[in-house]
Design a protein around this ligand. Sequence first.
Ligand SMILES: Cc1cc2nc3c(=O)[nH]c(=O)nc-3n(C[C@H](O)[C@H](O)[C@H](O)COP(=O)(O)OP(=O)(O)OC[C@H]3O[C@@H](n4cnc5c(N)ncnc54)[C@H](O)[C@@H]3O)c2cc1C
Length: 493
Amino acid sequence: MADKTLIIIGAGIGGLSAGCYAQMNGYRSQVFEMHTLPGGVCTGWKRKGYTFDGCMHHLVGCDPKSRIHRMWRELGVMPRPVHFPDDLIGIENTEGQRFILYTDLDRLENHMRELAPADGKVIGEFVDAARKFTRFSMMDMLLAKPWEMVGVLPYLGLLSKWGKLKLEEMGGQFSNLFLRRAISMIQYDFENMPAMMALMFLSGCATRNFGWPAGGSLAFARSIAERYTALDGEIHYRAKVDKILVENDRAVGVRLADGTEHRADTVISNADGRTTIFDMLQGRYTTELIRTYYANPPQQQEMALHVSFGVARDFSIEPHTLVLWLPEPVEIAGRTCDRLDIEFFNFAPEMSPPGKTAMQVVMTTSYDYWKALSPEDYRAEKARVAETLSACLERRFPGFAAQVEVTDVATPLTTGRFTGSFMGYQAWGVPNQSMLDALTGKGLSKTLPGLSNFYMVGQWAGGLGLPNVAAMGRKAIAGLCKQDGRQFVAEGK
Ligand SMILES: Cc1cc2nc3c(=O)[nH]c(=O)nc-3n(C[C@H](O)[C@H](O)[C@H](O)COP(=O)(O)OP(=O)(O)OC[C@H]3O[C@@H](n4cnc5c(N)ncnc54)[C@H](O)[C@@H]3O)c2cc1C
């Protein structure tokens, strides 16, 4: 039994997590990763003394009492210093008026009442709901034992009320015109967000269960990779898997791009779902729903364009995330934008030289737009996007353009190049189906019909967010242990 072997394709957080728990449970595992770094989309990059983060806005599980925190300890990412910005987000209109979602709920309530004295009732309801959400962490249910799930029962009414209400609808309850519009932007400025999501984030920040681990996404991923190798796991970088070897409908190993073959008792793919199912396995193990899912990628992808600036200026007085409404709309990569989603990383001084700021504008974009450009036009368009944004920021923060020391533009093509993700993105919903259906149905699945000894973990198996994909790696190994008749063990550092 001690000799049971496992191959994991991809050193994303889901793959690394599966690897760590495999090693803790006596499997001999190895990870094949196409890139030179661990982490997949959980990444960051250095430019001239600045670190630009490509992923993490909030890590759930920073509260040492939470179940997720225990998993992070097992995976070697906790304890570590964590930053807790004072705000969830700020919204600024063209007159310079600001609505800041402070993570201190009393301060938030006072601020909202000052901004909109006539809206006391709806403000009271909203902040009270945030206070109630502080008593309960939905994310902790990820690792709850079946009998611990009863912990959710007292909160079902709350979840149902705020789960049904969209932020846009909640905004409609305000008479204050600024808040009427601004409320819809408080959860990553995404459309159609249930108010519950914003309340969960706000309460998570208020209780310091949501934080930002020092060093950011890449440092976080590296810690799990180090934990894996300390547990005697082997990671092979620059090792792109082209094919999953199958014999009698059983996965038996992988073939790499260099032609070498590696065999194991079980194969787990953490790689992009379309590549895994349709290239590595040549589409032999699918369902109608899987085919429909992958045939319908979204035209526009949220947070897929990252324009980063290293600026010789201190922006620490700004909210750490700011939705800035523009006096006139601008065109960015074929889209008309009337506001910018800006992140200032002053709350994490390790991300920039002293007194300076790593900042970024994160935007929705179309993969097809970038893909259609010739290499020359692609470079020119990246430069044009950076210039347009720099001009917008100059208008709001005079002197900005001259203070920029480094600019970096990462498109969905960049993500695709480094992570092999189909169209450079994360899992998506399906037309005529809710994201929940895709996640709970077989569109995104942990196994494939007719193929044994094969599992998927991570975003392409239905995991949304870092705790989820890591928990999936944990559960995949717990499932293997059960199948092999052994007690699952999880050791903390
Ligand atoms: C912009 C952005 C912001 C986010 N913000 C947050 C946040 O604030 N909080 C949060 O919890 N989550 C956040 N997420 C989500 C979270 O980052 C992802 O859910 C998670 O990192 C996905 O991990 P994964 O294990 O599924 O693998 P992925 O990151 O998709 O990794 C897959 C790995 O497989 C490798 N691979 C692919 N093909 C091959 C091949 N053929 N051979 C070998 N290796 C291969 C890739 O290189 C990669 O390393 C964010 C994501 C993005 C993109």
